[in-house]
Design a protein around this ligand. Structure first.
Ligand code: FAD
Length: 500
């Protein structure tokens, strides 16, 4: 009928089969135990929602509105005591080592009850992901073990990503754009480390975190070629917190300004800089983009999960309202127009979820999870006792060859094509799911009339929270352009993206 050679040739024609769908090639490779593990994680999220999130969500939102400088320490401590800040830290670094895609299902559950509290958990993993994407094994081990110690000692130790600057938000997420941005965060190379000057804004969880993964530049005229990632801890001389943003939604999750004035960061806390990647097959500019891509390919799927949660929360609010309200002589749920609207909203939840699930399959095939999800590797980490790793790993991770080896496998081992696929899919999930999430919130408010606007009914809060999703992790406009660049323009030689 069709030969193997022909199948390959036709499947590789644009749009390539693997671009169209990632689950089909990825699913058979997934270790079966991941399904059971994911179910456990979702059950945990539902318990946490019932006992912690639902009773506190509205009260916390109101509290932050009335006192914008309030910091949600009690909630951060509760999350820490429930062990949620180490669930997705690999066992080799002292964490519980749950499979990475399961985080998105967990986040969706929490976000369906409160997007703000979901963010208080999820953003910590944005920091973890940035740290791990530098593949600096010594520092990953050092900082992640502080997080696990913080859990044992009941003193939360959270991590942030600090990349956005007052004059550059979209630009810093793309090496093709960064030269056009008004970049001011300068990491000057000095003897024994870097001297950091400048500021970062809108850093989620900033005020309640301990470590900050700061992306800065040693030559402000050539930022893309001189990107450095520095780990800065609270209390480092020259580092302080500035204002906390008074924002529309996600109020429980502080967005902070970080200020650096002659802040000296010693070499031992340099996660990644051009001098560390001289042996790499790619130039420092491409390594910087690859690192950012590793991060956002995972975390934009996470934003898709936040959005799915918001879409679900809005759907559930509308369904509850329609089931309990009588209009024109009969329950609203029995009006045909309401049934069509609810069906549309249900569809939006499902489509939104599919985008992050597919993106995670792409990450498992080509991106951040691909080594951890290989069956022998997965089962080795799963069944080896944590004590074994705690004993043998710390000294091993301090050996420079571990970082060299990881970078060889993860950075040199990932092709440009693989980078494009994960990045393109992640952008699709980011703008696709967040637009659907906001859409569902608007539909819920329309259906609920004046009740939709009441704070105590919860629906208006979901809309305020969801709107922010369209902006962070790159605006939805930027993500559309990135999808075009990664999944469409690669097959159109005549196309130029970002005015290259
Ligand atoms: C609640 C919240 C939490 C955040 N958390 C963090 C965090 O933890 N860490 C962190 O580092 N940052 C964080 N951010 C910052 C966030 O990533 C940026 O806000 C985002 O990348 C957009 O940047 P900007 O707001 O500066 O918009 P701008 O870059 O100023 O964009 C303004 C407009 O211009 C458009 N635009 C810009 N450039 C282009 C282009 N080249 N082509 C076409 N259109 C373009 C944009 O789409 C947008 O519509 C957070 C932001 C928010 C709102």
């Amino acid at each position: 009928m069709i030969s193997r050679k022909e199948t390959k040739a036709y499947a590789n024609q644009p749009p390539r089969f693997d671009d169209m769908i990632c689950s089909l090639p990825a699913a058979p490779k997934i270790p079966k135990a991941m399904v059971k593990e994911t179910r456990k994680v979702v059950a945990l999220a539902r318990k946490f929602n019932q006992e912690v999130v639902r009773p506190r969500a509205l009260e916390l939102d109101r509290r932050m509105h009335e006192d914008p400088d309030y910091l949600p320490w009690d909630m951060v401590e509760t999350i820490n005591d429930w062990g949620l800040y180490t669930l997705w830290i690999p066992k080799v670094f002292g964490g519980k080592g749950y499979n990475m895609p399961s985080m998105c299902y967990f986040i969706e559950e929490i976000a369906s009850a409160c997007l703000s509290i979901a963010n208080l958990i999820g953003v910590h993993y944005l920091g973890v992901c940035t740290l791990t994407s530098t593949w600096n094994m010594r520092l990953i081990n050092h900082i992640c073990r502080e997080v696990t110690l913080g859990e044992k000692n009941h003193t939360p130790c959270l991590i942030t990503l600090a990349i956005t600057e007052p004059g550059a938000g979209t630009d810093v997420e793309e090496t093709d754009l960064i030269g056009k941005g008004n970049i001011t965060c300068h990491a000057e190379k000095v003897a024994g480390g870097y001297r950091l000057n400048g500021s970062k804004i809108f850093i989620s969880n900033g005020h309640v975190s301990t470590w900050h993964m700061v992306v800065a530049y040693s030559d402000l005229k050539k930022p893309a070629d001189t990107t450095v990632v520095l780990a800065v801890k609270n209390g480092t001389p020259g580092f302080s917190f500035g204002r906390k943003e008074h924002k529309l939604g996600q109020k429980a999750c502080p967005a902070s300004e970080l200020i650096f004035r002659d802040c000296f960061v010693p070499d031992e806390f340099v996660c990644l800089d051009p001098s560390q990647v001289t042996a790499s097959q790619r130039p420092p500019r491409e390594i910087a983009m690859q690192m950012i891509d590793y991060v956002v390919s995972a975390t934009r799927a996470g934003v898709g999960a936040f959005a799915t949660g918001a879409a679900r929360g809005a759907f559930e609010a509308a369904l509850n309202f329609a089931s309990t309200t009588v209009v024109a002589g009969k329950p609203l749920i029995n009006h045909e127009w309401a049934q069509c609207r609810l069906a549309e909203m249900y569809k939006n939840v499902t489509l939104s979820r599919l985008t992050y699930v597919e993106t995670n399959y792409a990450n498992g095939l080509h991106g951040a999870f691909r080594e951890l999800q290989k069956k022998p590797m997965y089962y080795y980490y799963k069944f080896m006792p944590a004590k074994f790793f705690d004993k043998i790993m710390p000294p091993l991770m301090n050996k420079p060859f571990m970082t060299r080896l990881s970078r060889k496998v993860q950075m040199d081992g990932q092709t440009d094509d693989e980078m494009h696929r994960t990045s393109g899919w992640a952008s699709l999930s980011k703008f696709g799911a967040t637009d659907l999430g906001v859409k569902n919130c608007q539909m819920a408010l329309e259906m609920m009339g004046q009740n939709g606007l009441r704070h105590d009914r919860g629906a208006e809060k979901i809309l305020r929270d969801a709107k922010l999703l369209q902006i962070y992790e790159g605006t939805n406009q930027l993500n559309r352009l990135n999808l075009f660049k990664c999944l469409i323009a690669v097959d159109c030689p005549q196309a130029t993206v970002f005015d290259e």
